[in-house]
Design a protein around this ligand. Structure first.
Ligand code: SF4
Length: 218
């Protein structure tokens, strides 16, 4: 039986998840850098593309445009060509516009504040939080589909606002801990708590999960 109170669930969730992440997470190259520009590129690519494909395109794109200044100076057709094969070309156009805005208005430095980030082309609430956290190790909401599903199942919560509030309450305030926590929830959603056929039998938080408890008693 899972712990009854939300507080007990939170404790298990906070403790078990980072430990599992350190043991089981994939070694993805954008997790090895804190370069804000490189993180922005990875987040734009990952918006609608599978990780395996981004692994191929991300280094290639950064080789062609190693800095935000180089991307800002590029011709639109060249950026479109560098994106060729990834699809959803609006992302390439937005990324290009973002680079120009950052160079022109932020002196080439990607902002670290989620509210400021959200003003940039192509940056929504999730991407703003992801860049703030994964590049600058700021405590920020990173609730995408995977994270929403994990939190929804474990805590029995639904609705975007409630999920974001829950995520904010759960994540550590300290930078590196917030970084690890946010990556860990996302990784759990990608590898274990999948939309179809979640792998509850190997899940590090199954002992605290309401969804799992309900499915077992059913
Ligand atoms: S126990 Fe199952 S449903 Fe709950 S978080 Fe883990 S994988 Fe998801």
């Amino acid at each position: 039986m899972p712990p009854k109170s939300n507080r007990a669930i939170e404790r298990v969730f906070r403790r078990a998840l980072p430990a599992w992440y350190r043991r089981a997470a994939r070694d993805l190259p954008w997790r090895r850098t804190r370069d804000p520009y490189a993180i922005v590129v990875s987040e734009f690519m990952l918006q609608q593309t599978q990780v395996a494909r981004v692994l191929e395109y991300w280094p290639r794109f950064l080789k062609r445009y190693p800095t935000i200044e180089r991307l800002a100076r590029a011709k639109r057709a060249a950026v479109r060509e560098a994106w060729d094969g990834l699809g959803y070309y609006r992302r390439a156009a937005n990324l290009h516009r973002l680079a120009r805005v950052v160079v022109r208005e932020y002196d080439g430095r990607v902002p670290d504040d989620p509210e400021e980030l959200e003003k940039l082309p192509g940056v929504g609430h999730y991407t703003a939080g992801a860049v703030a956290c994964f590049a600058y190790e700021r405590s920020a909401a990173t609730v995408d589909t995977n994270v929403g599903r994990v939190l929804g199942r474990v805590f029995g919560v639904s609705g975007e606002k409630k999920l974001i509030a829950l995520h904010r309450a759960l994540q550590p305030r300290r930078g590196t801990s917030a970084w690890t926590f946010n990556q860990a929830v996302m990784e759990l959603g990608a590898l274990v708590c999948r939309a179809r056929k979640p792998r509850c039998e190997i899940c590090p938080v199954s002992g605290a999960c309401r969804w799992y408890a309900a499915s077992r008693s059913a």
